[in-house]
Design a protein around this ligand. Structure first.
Ligand code: 3HC
Length: 660
């Protein structure tokens, strides 16, 4: 028996050791063991070593740390390709004459999963995760993933995984047939035993397995759904097409087509846009000069458990926090409690939480009508109606009752958080946490750094938002912060176009064709028109009388047209779906007549051009004013909070590409 404790080195990032005549190859390429050129070369060297050395009976491939392989090295995309390519490495693995087992010590993603699929056996720790997330980067798997996966899990399951990028955990992976075993105790010992058990029998090569032809009608319908959900992005449809080839073409031909598609998409605008967002997201929340440690939090207080507060509470409970929800009125408290329970139970139906997690979450929830019960919270988030006096009174009360080191956060959308901080004795422990509705679902949270917010409070706000699964973006203080200020800018531009001759449906159609989930006027109708109306009335006195003012939204509200909830807004919803309304057209026409505007037609291209210019202009202003840290944050906000299509990379990215 040959055991060599001394490591073998195949590359700086790939090492080996021999245990029971099995070569254990470890990839150690922090942070995520991506298959860089050096890793690929190291793997080839390790496999060749194993093939040549007659004392080695089998190979185990694994990763150092918490990730098996996080995929191809995304930083290499866009650069000249370096040999050996990942398909070469994977081909070598599959064709090895000695068994190769993938010991999955953590996430196996993209190219990492493709490596595992080509191995002759797969054993995983219980909480490993698996995905082909390439479509989220605007590409398709490029090293056999769309062809080997259907051979292990069937074409329909492979379609779901490859075309959506969905992640599965070990238990589901085992049930699907994606992995063969889940280890009981010690991964490496069990992987070595597994590899030895495969010696002496014919090797099962994934690429040589047959694919069962699925019900083609079901496959076509599933593909159609995927394409329609992709909102104009191409990669999901391409991934679906490639999975379809797994039962239509010989393996080699389908793999060649997959590689060609991967290389074509890798250089596309869509891939560049999604890569930009990937790296922007990794940089979000890394605030220059912020080195303060986040404070540990175990209990979160939520003052006001209406719609927004309930969503925030559900997100906190799902993340394992204790939550104290405060509502002064008994009925509102009972309603809030019901709403929070409902949100958690819906998470079970959506497959986002297990029943046990929901039960555990609900046992961490305390609802109270007594404000002093918020005292044990380390952070109290205020989520009451956006009215200054209501919020200021609440903060005065909280400031008096809570321990001096408790952090206070406001969820205001439009009020001045500096003025709210000023009513307390702890402005350095005060910040904004601006959630988006529905708060348990929407990923974006604007973390508002007020004039006196201390670094510790900011770091705690960012860490808290991350812990509840959100994407925190730091913003300075201005009316509407980053997101709503840009929203106001492009809404104003859209209203100008209405005045000049466009209609709500023409503008909405242009935005939807561009990839927005919903056009602006439909979004307004869904959100309700009355809040913006109240704000316009509040700020009417300070409006510049010489500035362009489009009063049709006021006319709509005066007529009781508050949006979809009231059956009418920019559209008529009486028939169920949105329908253009001649009364709205007449109101707009009346405005044009009063202003002496002769209407003209707009193309979709011109509409998008003007909207994107308005967004990027405001985005640049926000960056110059120091409200936004950099333009990438603006892209993340628009994509994650305002339905801007991810495949376009956000308004700043889109504007920069238009210039080149
Ligand atoms: N290539 C290069 N860098 C990567 C990377 C990759 N595939 N994946 C992550 N990184 C980098 C990040 O940019 C970040 O760098 P930074 O510290 O300088 O900001 C660092 O690794 C850590 O990343 P995260 O902050 O995301 O760490 P987490 O622990 O939260 O998550 C992860 C780890 C789940 C692996 C996550 O990073 C992830 O999802 N990565 C992308 C996975 C992916 O999309 N893989 C497919 C690549 S395409 C492919 O494989 C093509 C193939 O088919 C040929």
């Amino acid at each position: 028996m040959n055991d060599t404790p001394a490591p073998l080195t195949f590359a700086a990032t790939v090492s080996g050791r021999i245990v029971s005549d099995v070569l254990i190859v470890t990839i150690d390429n922090p942070p995520v063991n991506a298959t860089s050129a050096q890793v690929r070369a190291g793997l080839v060297a390790a496999l060749n070593h194993a093939a040549r050395d007659g004392t080695i009976r089998a190979v185990v491939l694994t990763g150092a740390g918490k990730v098996f392989i996080g995929g191809a090295d995304i930083r290499e995309f866009g650069k000249a390709p370096l040999e050996p390519s990942l398909p070469t490495v994977i081909d070598l693995i599959e064709k090895m004459q000695k068994p190769v087992v993938a010991a999955l010590n953590g996430a196996a993603l993209g190219g990492g999963l493709e490596v595992a699929l080509a191995a002759h056996g797969r054993i995983a720790i219980p909480d490993a995760s698996f995905a082909l997330p390439e479509v989220k980067l605007g590409i398709v798997p490029g090293a056999g993933g769309t062809q080997r996966l259907p051979r292990l899990v069937g074409a329909l399951a492979a379609l779901d995984l490859a075309a959506t990028g969905r992640t599965v955990k070990s238990a589901e992976a085992l049930a699907l047939g994606l992995v063969d075993r889940i280890c009981d105790a010690e991964l490496m010992a069990e992987a070595v035993a597994f590899a030895i058990s495969l010696t002496g029998s014919p090797i099962r090569r994934t690429g040589m397995l047959a694919v069962a032809v699925p019900d083609t009608r079901i496959f076509a319908e599933a593909t159609k759904k995927i394409v329609s959900r992709a909102r104009g992005a191409h990669a999901p449809g391409e991934a679906a097409r490639l999975v379809g080839l797994s039962f239509a073409l010989p393996f080699e031909d389908a793999v060649a087509e997959e590689r060609a598609t991967f290389l074509r998409l890798r250089d596309s605008e869509e891939a560049a846009a999604l890569r930009h967002l990937f790296f922007a997201e990794r940089n979000a929340g890394k605030v220059e000069g912020l080195c303060a440690e986040a404070l540990p939090l175990s209990t979160i207080g939520i003052a006001g458990i209406g719609l927004m507060g309930s969503g925030i509470a559900a997100a906190c409970l799902a993340a394992g926090y204790k939550v104290v929800g405060y509502e002064p009125r008994e009925e509102a408290a009972i309603a809030g409690q019901g709403r929070i329970s409902d949100l958690l139970r819906r998470a079970v139906i959506a497959g986002k939480m297990t029943r046990e997690q929901v039960e555990a979450g609900l046992s961490n929830l305390e609802i109270t009508t007594h404000v002093h019960q918020l005292a044990e919270a380390g952070l109290v988030i205020e989520a009451v109606f956006d009215d200054f006096d209501a919020k200021a009174n609440l903060f005065r009360q909280l400031d008096r009752l809570l321990k001096p080191d408790t952090l206070l956060a406001t969820n205001t959308s439009y009020l001045d958080p500096d003025a709210l901080a000023a009513v307390t004795s702890r402005p350095e422990r005060f910040l904004g946490l601006h959630f988006f509705s529905p708060a348990n679902i929407m990923r974006l949270v604007e973390v508002v750094r007020c004039a006196e917010t201390a670094d510790t409070a900011l770091a705690t706000g960012i860490a808290f938002a991350r812990k509840i699964g959100k994407l925190p973006i730091v913003t300075g203080v201005c009316e509407g912060f980053i997101g709503n200020r840009i929203f106001s800018a492009y809404r104003a531009e859209a209203e100008k176009m209405l005045a000049e001759g466009a209609s709500p449906e023409v503008i909405d159609r242009a935005m939807e064709a561009y990839g927005f989930a919903m056009g602006l006027f439909t979004v307004n109708d869904m959100a309700g028109l009355e809040i913006a109306w109240a704000r316009r009335k509040r700020t009417a006195a300070s409006r510049d009388p010489a500035a362009f003012y489009f009063d049709v939204p006021d006319r709509l509200c005066e007529a009781g047209r508050f949006g979809a909830r009231t059956g009418r807004g920019w559209y008529d919803y009486s028939g169920g779906a949105r329908a253009p309304d001649p009364d709205v057209a007449a109101l707009i026409e009346d405005f044009r007549t009063r202003k002496g505007i002769v209407p003209r037609n707009f193309t979709e291209a011109e509409i998008m051009d003007r909207l994107l210019s308005a967004m990027s202009r405001e985005g640049r202003a926000l960056t110059e004013e120091g409200i936004a840290r950099h333009e990438d944050d603006i892209d993340l906000i628009l994509v994650n909070g305002y339905g801007f299509p991810a495949a376009r990379g956000g308004p700043m990215f889109a504007a920069s590409r238009r210039k080149t």
